[in-house]
Ligand binder design. Structure first.
Ligand SMILES: [Zn+2]
Length: 82
């Protein structure tokens, strides 16, 4: 996973593009864009203009506002590291 400095976390964290992060959490891209719009996840804008989501922000308790989203968030686990 690509790493970038997250201004919210104040450290370098792993980031994924919207499509991949939505797949990992098990929500649609539309839901992910809603989370981004409500600032419930941290984002950085890649120089190419693409939005990248801070995966650490997905683990922050209370980021998801609705029960379904919360369940999806809790079910999500970061990929195992070798
Ligand atoms: Zn972050």
């Amino acid at each position: 996973m690509p790493t970038y400095f997250c201004m919210e976390c104040c450290r370098t964290t792993e980031h994924l593009n919207v499509t991949r992060v939505a797949q990992f959490v098990g929500v649609t891209r539309a839901t992910m864009y809603n989370w981004i719009k409500r600032a419930q996840v941290h984002t950085v804008v890649h120089p190419s203009g693409r939005i990248l989501v801070c995966t650490a922000s997905l683990l922050t308790p209370g980021f998801a506002r609705f029960p379904g989203e919360r369940a999806a968030a809790l079910a999500w686990q970061p990929q195992a590291r070798p």
